[in-house]
Design a protein around this ligand. Structure first.
Ligand SMILES: [Zn+2]
Length: 451
């Protein structure tokens, strides 16, 4: 839509009406996606008929927010009947974007007098997601002022006044200021108003938030997809007696749980403290046993990432001696901008070096960690369960049906042979999808591919 410039005048009448908004009465964001609607208006002063003129477009706003994933969809509906139009924006990582007719991400346009940056902040819950998206980029000046950026604009958030302000500039009118006035969670009317150069340019009254179905966003413009999981992403698959995997499709990786009689061993991290703390909660709730050891295939971020959550639980970290300095550095690091549990209550690292091999065994399970020459990192652990003949291969195996293995995958063939491991199933940590590979490979398939 858009009201925008360049739109033939005759389209203006209906082309611009939107509105949107939300409501939330005392927004308390339970886990899971919620939907809100709002009614209100936006103005457009881009083509005045006389000085001070602007048009006003009534809008209905529909907002879906999944706070756990920092994702949202904003729809602004204007017009009636056959003239109804919907302008849709997507919100990810604290930024808004739009898509073209083919579903490809494109830079967001304005909505009447509302710039993309203002749209990204149009509801208090979105504002909170913007502030949380990269806390290291929020400059807290004092109790009353926090400076942050959003979609190429620099804002000052005033928590005590519940307003956000930015400077604006126009080639005709020069310097000015724009302010978003938010309600507090307890305000009876959940109204958000945007004021620019002393005039209200948009106002939306939101209804209460209600749970809604999960939604997916189209690919966005921004690199570094947030690698975040929610409780709904966590499912346990029993690969063999006492050997479980958690296939985390959303982040394309797999975590292992080995269940011994009186304790657990967790294999592989999942990028971050946040993800691993959630996994720790779910794993302990399911098995009702403490995690004694955490090990990971190698020192790349996806696998070591989250080690702090395990250290926080008092878990002993198993890794090659060469990896110890990195683990120690991660544990001692400042996480002030994104505090995890370890930041809030620091603990020392319990570390045990794995030389060639470490065996963990009781009456019900045997697990061997083999430190191998991988052609990938200096040291590398693979996980072998001899009773079920399962081998955890980390990110070494890229098996494409019908094709011979190459590189580090080929190297794995020789390693398994030289260690004399009997393997029925090779189970990858990564990738689960997206590379034309198969993430679980049986003995026959592997034998053929190794030739
Ligand atoms: Zn790697």
């Amino acid at each position: 839509m858009v009201f925008a410039l360049g739109l033939p005048l005759f389209l203006w009448g209906w082309a611009l009406r939107w509105l949107v908004f939300w409501c939330v009465a005392g927004w308390s964001w339970a886990q899971g996606p919620v939907a809100l609607t709002a009614s209100g208006y936006v103005t457009d002063d881009s083509h005045p008929r006389y000085p001070g003129d602007f048009r006003t477009y009534p809008l209905t706003v529909r907002l879906q927010i999944h706070a756990d994933l920092a994702a949202a969809i904003l729809e602004f509906e204007s017009g009636d009947g056959a003239e109804k139009e919907v302008d849709r924006y997507f919100f990810s990582q604290g930024l808004v974007y739009q898509v073209d007719g083919e579903g490809r991400a494109k830079a967001p346009g304005t909505l009447g007098d509302l710039a993309p940056s203002t749209l990204a902040l149009i509801h208090p819950a979105l504002r909170d997601l913007v502030l949380a998206a990269a806390p290291e980029n929020v400059l807290v000046l004092n109790e009353e002022q926090q400076v942050f950026s959003c979609n190429n604009a620099l804002w000052v958030w005033h928590p005590q006044e519940n307003t956000a302000t930015r400077r604006i500039f126009s080639d005709v009118l020069g310097d000015g200021e724009e302010t978003i006035v938010y309600p507090t969670p307890t305000d009876a009317a959940q109204k958000v108003t945007v004021r620019r150069r002393g005039r209200d340019i948009a106002s939306f009254q939101f209804e209460a938030a209600k749970p809604c179905p999960a939604f997916e966003l189209p690919p966005n413009l921004y690199p570094n997809e947030p690698r975040v999981i929610t409780v709904d992403d966590i499912h346990f698959t029993e690969q063999a007696p006492h050997v479980f995997t958690l296939d985390l499709a959303r982040i394309n990786t797999r975590v292992w749980v080995a269940e011994f009689e009186s304790f657990l061993v967790v294999l592989e991290g999942a990028y971050s403290s946040q993800n691993c703390a959630l996994l720790a909660d779910q794993i302990e709730a399911k098995f009702k046993k403490p995690v004694r050891y955490f090990a990971f295939s190698h020192l790349h971020g996806q696998y070591i990432g989250g080690v702090r959550a395990w250290v926080d639980r008092g878990v002993t970290v198993l890794a090659p001696a060469s990896t110890q300095p990195l683990v120690a550095q991660a544990v001692a690091a400042s996480f002030r901008s994104r505090p995890d549990r370890l930041e809030k209550s620091p603990k020392g690292l319990q570390f045990e070096a794995v030389q060639k091999m470490k065996v963990i065994e009781d009456k019900q399970l045997r697990l061997e960690l083999h430190n191998i020459d991988s052609d990938h990192t200096k040291d590398y652990l693979i996980f072998y369960f001899p009773q079920s003949k399962i081998l955890g291969t980390g990110d070494l195996l890229f098996y494409r049906p019908g094709q011979p293995l190459k590189g580090r995958s080929k190297k794995l063939c020789a390693t398994v042979q030289s260690l004399g491991l009997q393997v029925d199933r090779f189970i990858c940590t990564w990738p689960l999808s997206g590379y034309g590979t198969q993430n679980i490979v049986n003995h026959e398939e592997m034998e053929k591919a190794c030739q």
